[in-house]
Design a protein around this ligand. Structure first.
Ligand code: ATP
Ligand code: MG
Length: 426
């Protein structure tokens, strides 16, 4: 059809047969976040463009080429669909006074927007769960959020995920390293790609974050930030490692791990898997002690992470992880006017007892209604025909699970009780 309007490239619909795993994931993560005392915060999807330029960093992939930015037609304001959640979360916390002299453990979930080349595990609208902890400077909370993720992989039954960590030091240490790095990279200016040349002086650390195999050796032998770390940064990193060790979480120190956002200091980490090709990072984060101040708040230490929900769901599918999905308890089929009215009321009565009930709507033969009941995967069909309507009874047929195929007729008054008893005894 020529006049059919298509969805936007890289922005996906989640269809009804895909959404159960989303719901399952959301249920597991809500319980998981509550177990660590994190509270939910919800920010708008649209923010001022300045927020990301200042918060994410002018010379990052995100700000240079991935943002969906536009001008408000009415007042000319420069706006952006959020490419990540941390900047907006910090903005909201400052604006509402949540950071001064207090600690916060926060989480949010929702869509993010980046103009990237769509491929498996990389989309233009994708979803993240973000976690941010404010007001705590010591490495215990860095370790906590890393441990949380290890716990989540376990709760979800995911395998083959591993942890990489690094320390980016503080501002002065990075400045000293940066000088050394620029001097080193200047020798390679001829072989650097376009991005590399441009970033040599603006963001040399990111030159090392190259995916170009020809530049791997150059990146490998570059001056290492770890050699420039001062006492405090080193102790922070040692403290983190000691806590990961007591928690039994194995990790690899990857001195090349710098992450794509500018605001990190000290701890950075990524959880990666080799099961998703080159889109293997399922969660990444770190400490960003200067961001709150950069965005206009009083200095406030902070640490957090973002995880890509689509990638985790892909991994669940890839590893054939068993997911417990909600199916209805009862599908009610009926025939005749009196039965239809009775069925309508009965469905509601069953729901008030806690059962999940689909009432057949839209008419049709018993046969076609039973087909729908089967397709619904409900455990029981409840049949109310003309005879049942006259005698105020219903026929219960077990469709799935233990006793499948069994039938019995009970008084409507006993229907809920009978179903619940049979259900529990499964
Ligand atoms: P990558 O190196 O894969 O581009 P990133 O460093 O840009 O990732 P972050 O900004 O740290 O990603 O975002 C946190 C998480 O969000 C990533 O680890 C990933 O799981 C997910 N993510 C990032 N970009 C996308 C995308 N375009 N589509 C789907 N998931 C994404
Ligand atoms: Mg990216």
């Amino acid at each position: 059809m020529s006049n059919q309007i298509q969805g936007i490239r890289g922005m996906n619909d989640v269809l009804p047969d895909e959404s159960p795993v989303w719901l399952y994931f959301e249920q597991v993560t809500r319980e998981w976040l509550a177990a660590y005392g994190y509270k939910n915060i919800r920010m708008p999807i649209v923010e001022s463009t300045h927020l990301f330029v200042r918060g994410v960093g002018e010379h990052t992939d995100i700000v240079e080429k991935e943002m969906y930015s536009f001008e408000d037609k009415l007042n000319g304001e420069k706006l952006t669909l959020r490419p990540e959640g941390t900047a907006g979360c910090v903005r909201a916390c400052i604006e509402h006074g949540l950071l001064y002299n207090q600690t916060q453990r926060l989480w949010y979930m929702g869509p993010m927007y980046r103009h990237e080349r769509p491929q498996k595990g990389r989309y233009r609208q994708f979803h993240q769960i973000g976690v941010e902890a404010f007001g705590m400077a010591s490495p215990d909370v860095d370790a906590e959020i890393i441990l949380m993720l290890a716990d989540l992989w376990q709760r979800l039954g995911l395998k083959n995920v591993s942890l990489e960590i690094n320390s980016l030091g503080d501002k002065e240490e990075r400045a000293a390293h940066r000088e050394a790095l620029i001097r080193y990279l200047e020798q390679f200016v001829d072989v650097l790609d376009e991005d590399g040349k441009r970033r040599l002086y603006t963001n040399p650390l990111r030159v090392l974050d190259t995916k170009n195999p020809a530049l791997q050796e150059m990146a490998e032998n570059a001056p290492k930030l770890s050699d420039f770390l001062g006492e405090e940064s080193r102790l922070h990193f040692e403290g983190l490692k000691a806590l990961l060790d007591v928690a039994g979480i194995s990790y690899r120190v990857n001195s090349r791990l710098v992450r794509g956002l500018d605001y990190y200091n000290r701890t950075v980490f990524e959880w990666v898997t080799s099961d998703l090709g080159s889109q293997g990072t399922i969660a990444g984060g770190g400490r960003y002690d200067t961001l709150v101040e950069m965005l206009g708040g009083k200095p406030c230490p902070a640490v957090g992470f973002g995880m890509g929900i689509e990638r985790i769901l892909l991994l669940i599918e890839e590893q054939s992880v068993a997911v417990s999905l909600a199916v209805p308890d009862v599908y009610i089929v009926h025939q005749g006017d009196a039965a239809a009215r009775l069925a309508f009321v009965t469905a509601q009565q069953l729901r008030t007892t806690g059962l999940n009930v689909i009432l057949h709507c839209g008419g049709g033969s018993f046969k076609s209604q039973f087909k729908k009941a089967d397709a619904s995967q409900a455990r029981f069909a409840v049949v109310i025909g003309e005879t049942e309507a006259e005698t105020l009874t219903a026929n219960i047929k077990t469709l799935n699970g233990e006793g499948a195929g069994e039938q019995r007729t009970v008084a409507l008054a006993e229907l809920a009780m009978t179903i619940s008893n049979t259900h529990e005894g499964k």
